[in-house]
Design a protein around this ligand. Structure first.
Ligand SMILES: Nc1ncnc2c1ncn2[C@@H]1O[C@H](COP(=O)(O)OP(=O)(O)OP(=O)(O)O)[C@@H](O)[C@H]1O
Ligand SMILES: Nc1ncnc2c1ncn2[C@@H]1O[C@H](COP(=O)(O)OP(=O)(O)OP(=O)(O)O)[C@@H](O)[C@H]1O
Ligand SMILES: [Mg+2]
Ligand SMILES: [Mg+2]
Lengths: 225, 225
């Protein structure tokens, strides 16, 4: 269970303070599929970064399974993140001097006790699921925008994460590839994963069990869809 | 007038050759608005890079206003590009250590005879048109994905280019911001600019005067829309 109480996030740049998030109250149950939408700059990626322990809130409290994440030391935060959270970044964030398969395998190398053979198999399966097996040995710079996005999706799902945070996972994709990515997410959800997905695509937002809208850093609607 | 005759583009990586484009025959008249769509990896960005003199074809001939672009030396290519072509990159390609307004002003500094006052005014107008004036002094890393995209659009249109090449200019935007970008492009078109836009969004593709479909590097359809 993910619980946000009174969460705010401010960024300071020179003389300007930007309130990216304010007074966010949100609980996400195990196995829920939540879709997050809202205008450009409304705080969606910031919310996902806090949920994924990639950033810390300026105000408020964030608990994972009842535990206050502010009390976790950096090592413990990394353990929780690598063990249970998969992240699909809006800007893909692939590592330029690693091949496609090395990028997908990287998060798995943080998992203790995973034999090399299992790692190899998971990488192959994940690349196959996004139709990118034929480019396993290429570098990110040799791929198109949509191909890079598909590799980013494969990297996030290869480890069967308990929690998947997806930031516009289909933004650069045509409908056929977009549908394939959604099927992958829905498959993970059917297996019990908790998913938070940012999307501007209304058809994909409808696949979620709940829709959350952000506007200027505040929650606009917390309804059932 | 942009004319592509038998254009092909191959990429070589280690032992693999990827045919990104093959046998492309395409003429684009002055003042046309052409939309380009097709699956991820089908060659759309490669086609735009060739049209924008950012890459050279492996086969075939590309003429701008009757002139064979293969005969242009690098300096002349840069002059033609900076004088007449605006480019909105799929990955934005903003320069990280320049502020938003410096990024938007950069292409204008290549134009001879443009007084500083005019440059400043064009920058302010372009940022205003994409609702980003309030972030003029921030750096790209301090912006959301959609905000960076809007700055990339402002940079491409500030100089009122004769030819605008837009690679999924609304991919990271909500519908309100997406519509604002499209209005900007339609305004340029109304003033006589030639536009080639890659998009996965069928509503926006319909705004074009012609739709071109790419599939595995080949033109599938060259119809009127
Ligand atoms: N530098 C490169 N080296 C090797 N292959 C490349 C390179 N750039 C592009 N390609 C390949 O050329 C093909 C066409 O790429 P392109 O970027 O034009 O696709 P696209 O239609 O824009 O796709 P998307 O919708 O995913 O952005 C792809 O298979 C891609 O992997
Ligand atoms: N490092 C930073 N420094 C300053 N401001 C920031 C920083 N990161 C984000 N912001 C600001 O915080 C606000 C929220 O950004 P966020 O990336 O969460 O938006 P978003 O909803 O994901 O938008 P988009 O749909 O454009 O991706 C924006 O106004 C943005 O400019
Ligand atoms: Mg975002
Ligand atoms: Mg592309």
């Amino acid at each position: 269970l993910l619980e946000l109480r009174g969460i705010g996030k401010n960024f300071h740049t020179d003389d300007v303070e930007t309130r990216a998030l304010a007074d966010i109250e949100l609980s996400i149950g195990k196995g829920e599929f939540v879709s997050i939408s809202g205008p450009s700059g409304s705080g969606k990626s910031t919310l996902l970064s806090i949920l994924g322990l990639l950033d810390v809130p300026t105000q408020g409290e964030y608990r994972i399974d009842g535990q206050d994440t502010a009390k976790l030391d950096p090592t413990r935060r990394a353990v929780v993140r690598n063990k249970s959270i998969g992240f699909i970044f809006q800007a893909f964030n692939l590592i330029g001097d690693l091949t496609v398969e090395e990028n997908v395998a990287l998060p798995l190398t943080y998992r203790r006790n995973m034999p090399a053979a299992e790692r190899k198999q998971r990488v192959a399966q994940a690349l196959d699921a996004v139709n990118m097996s034929h480019r396993a040995r290429h570098l990110p710079a040799q791929l198109s925008g949509g191909q890079q996005q598909r590799v980013a999706v494969a990297r996030a799902v290869a480890g069967d994460p308990l929690i998947l945070l997806a930031d516009e996972p289909t933004g650069n994709l045509d409908s056929k590839n977009g549908d394939a990515v959604m099927e992958l997410l829905e498959g993970l959800h059917a297996n019990g994963a908790t998913i938070c997905m940012v999307t501007h695509n209304p058809d994909y937002a409808r696949k979620a069990t709940r829709v959350v809208e952000l506007f200027d850093g505040r929650l606009a609607e917390n309804g059932r869809s």
